[in-house]
Design a protein. Structure first.
Length: 184
């Protein structure tokens, strides 16, 4: 896609990337707003599924090259990695609010790994609405778990709030919150 033996102008590179993205987008198929793989009877009689798959999702903001008036110039990127117990992991990413087929993109990754209707999927995410909604309707047998990093961040917020309290119970509360943190 990007030859390295001779220099290219950045506009040429941009056009190559755009052409590749458009070709991949055309291969993806239409967006699917909910799991529509089969009827309940077909799901129950489907083959025994393989081991569970874990999908990690996270969002982050990237500064764009163009800054519109009144905007901060950033856009949200959702990135993920699907890790089956057997077989290779797959990664994917898209720009939130620009990608018109985010659920279909995730389904395509899972289908390429041989996902079955009765297979269990665990989504690990930061608990934000954007990433939580992405996995919510993709598969009927999915579980959504807040990842440890974001649990620890919320516990740290509790600790900071407690450190600002006055009174004799402050030290006991700090010890209790620390105990919860290490228990988790």
């Amino acid at each position: 896609m990007l030859p390295i033996d001779h220099g290219l102008h950045e506009e040429t590179i941009r056009q190559h990337v755009l052409a590749t993205a458009e070709r991949l987008e055309a291969q993806l198929g239409p967006e699917q707003f909910a799991y529509d793989g089969a009827s309940q009877c077909e799901i129950e009689t489907s083959p025994e599924p393989a081991a569970p798959i874990t999908v990690g999702l996270d969002g982050g903001y990237v500064r764009g090259r163009d800054r519109l008036p009144g905007a901060n110039g950033c856009f949200e990127v959702i990135a993920g990695k699907s890790i089956p117990e057997e077989g290779p992991a797959k990664v994917f990413a898209f720009v939130h609010r620009v990608d018109r087929k985010p659920k279909r993109r995730l389904r395509s990754v899972l289908e390429s790994q041989g996902i079955l209707p009765r297979q269990h999927i665990t989504f690990l995410c930061d608990g934000g609405d954007t990433v939580r909604e992405l996995g919510a309707l993709v598969h009927p047998r999915s579980e959504h778990i807040l990842d440890w990093f974001h649990v620890a961040m919320r516990i740290e917020q509790l600790l900071q709030t407690t450190r600002g309290l006055q009174g004799s119970e402050k030290e006991n509360l700090l010890k209790d919150i620390e105990r919860v943190k290490w228990y988790l």
